[in-house]
Design a protein around this ligand. Structure first.
Ligand SMILES: Cc1cc2nc3c(=O)[nH]c(=O)nc-3n(C[C@H](O)[C@H](O)[C@H](O)COP(=O)(O)OP(=O)(O)OC[C@H]3O[C@@H](n4cnc5c(N)ncnc54)[C@H](O)[C@@H]3O)c2cc1C
Length: 291
C-alpha cells in the first residue's frame, strides 16, 4: 500500500516548523527519521494532510554537556548516540539500550525525538528516559515546556505533546558518585521489539542502593517504573528480599496479551528481569564512579 496524497514542507528553522504546526494542528505530522511515520502512512494508519520535514534543522541535533546535564537534540540519530564517547561515559545505559533498537539501517535514520514522540510501549528509549529521570523539552510557537519523562508517556502511542508542539531536546542528569546500570530485554530475535524489558539506573551509598529506578517496557501501555524497587533502597539487600520485591512487582502489573505473548508470560518475564536486575546491581560488579 501507499500513503494517500499529502503536502510536504521542508522546514528551514524551528520557528518555521512551529508556524506550520500551529497552522495545521492535528492535520500535520513532523518527519524526522521517518522509520515509524512512513510505514504508518503507507499502511494508512496515519493520513496527515501535510508532512513537515525537520531533518535539516541542525539546531535540533547534537550532544552537549554542561552543569552535570547531558543535553541531546531531538534530531540526534540512534547511530550518533551509539557512537558517542560522551554518551558512553556519561549515560552508558543509553548506549547499551540503543544496541537493541532495531538494526543498523533503522538506527542510521531513526532519531531520539522521533522514538519518544512515537511512544511505542515496547520501545527501549522511552524506558531509558524514565530510568535516567530525563526532562523532555518541548516547544510551541507561544511557549517552551519541560516535562518529566515519567509524565510524558501517557499510553499506547500517546504522549503529553500537543499537536502544536515539537520535542526540542532531552536533558539527562549525570549521576555523581557511585552509580550502576542494567539493561536487558527478552525479544524473539535481536533487534525485534521486546516481549518484556528493563532499563535501570541506581546510585550507591557505600554498600546500599540509595536510589533505584527500574523502568520496564513492553509490559503495559507505556513504560513503567517499578514501585517495588523501593523495597531494595537504603537497606541491606538479601536474596530473600529480592524474591519478595520481585513477587510484589508482579502484583503491580496488568500486562497486555497479544499474538506475541500472554499476560502471564509477560508477568513472568518481568519478574525474572526484576530479579536479575536487582541481583546484578547489588553485586556492585558494575559500579562506576563519575568524578
Ligand atoms: C523494522 C523496524 C524495526 C524497529 N525496531 C525498533 C525497536 O526494536 N525498538 C525501537 O525502539 N524502535 C524500533 N523501530 C522504530 C525506530 O526506532 C524509529 O526510529 C523510531 O520509532 C521513530 O524515530 P524516527 O526518527 O524515525 O521518527 P519518525 O518516523 O520520523 O516519526 C515518528 C513520530 O514522531 C513524530 N515526531 C518525530 N520527531 C518529532 C519531534 N522532534 N517532536 C515531536 N514529534 C516528532 C512524528 O510526527 C511521528 O508521529 C523500528 C522501526 C522499524 C521500521
Amino acid at each position: 500500500m501507499k500513503a494517500p496524497a499529502f503536502a510536504y514542507s521542508r522546514a528551514t528553522s524551528v520557528n518555521g516548523a512551529l508556524e506550520l504546526l500551529s497552522a495545521h494542528g492535528e492535520n500535520a505530522r513532523l518527519l524526522s527519521g521517518g522509520q515509524s511515520l512512513l510505514p504508518a502512512m503507507n499502511l494508512r494508519l496515519i493520513c496527515p494532510e501535510i508532512v513537515i520535514d525537520i531533518g535539516d534543522l541542525a539546531e535540533l541535533r547534537g550532544i552537549a554537556v554542561r552543569d552535570g546535564i547531558v543535553s541531546i537534540g531531538a534530531m540526534t540519530r540512534h547511530v550518533e548516540l551509539l557512537e558517542s564517547a560522551q554518551i558512553a561515559t556519561s549515560v552508558p545505559l543509553l548506549a547499551e539500550a540503543i544496541r537493541h533498537v532495531a538494526h543498523p539501517a533503522i538506527r542510521n535514520r531513526g532519531t531520539l525525538g522521533g522514538s519518544l514522540a512515537h511512544a511505542d510501549p515496547a520501545a527501549e528509549l522511552p524506558a531509558c528516559m524514565i530510568a535516567l529521570d530525563a526532562t523532555i523539552v518541548v516547544r510551541s510557537q507561544s511557549a517552551e515546556r519541560r516535562i518529566a519523562a515519567v509524565d510524558f508517556f501517557q499510553g499506547i502511542f500517546a504522549t503529553a505533546l500537543s499537536a502544536k508542539e515539537l520535542i526540542v531536546s532531552v536533558e539527562l542528569p549525570i549521576a555523581q558518585g557511585a552509580s550502576a546500570y542494567f539493561f536487558h530485554e527478552f525479544a524473539r530475535r535481536h533487534g525485534d521489539y521486546a516481549l518484556a524489558g528493563v532499563a535501570a539506573h541506581a546510585t550507591m551509598d557505600g554498600q546500599v542502593l540509595s536510589e533505584l529506578r527500574m523502568a520496564f517496557f513492553a509490559i503495559a501501555d507505556r513504560p513503567v517504573l517499578a514501585k517495588a524497587a523501593a523495597k531494595l533502597v537504603n537497606v541491606t539487600v538479601t536474596p530473600a528480599l529480592i524474591s519478595e520485591a520481585a513477587e510484589a512487582f508482579g502484583e503491580e502489573l496488568d500486562p497486555p496479551e497479544d499474538q506475541q505473548a500472554s499476560a502471564d508470560l509477560r508477568r513472568h518475564l518481568a519478574r525474572v528481569l526484576f530479579r536479575r536486575c536487582a541481583e546484578e546491581l547489588v553485586d556492585f560488579g558494575s559500579v562506576r564512579v563519575i568524578q
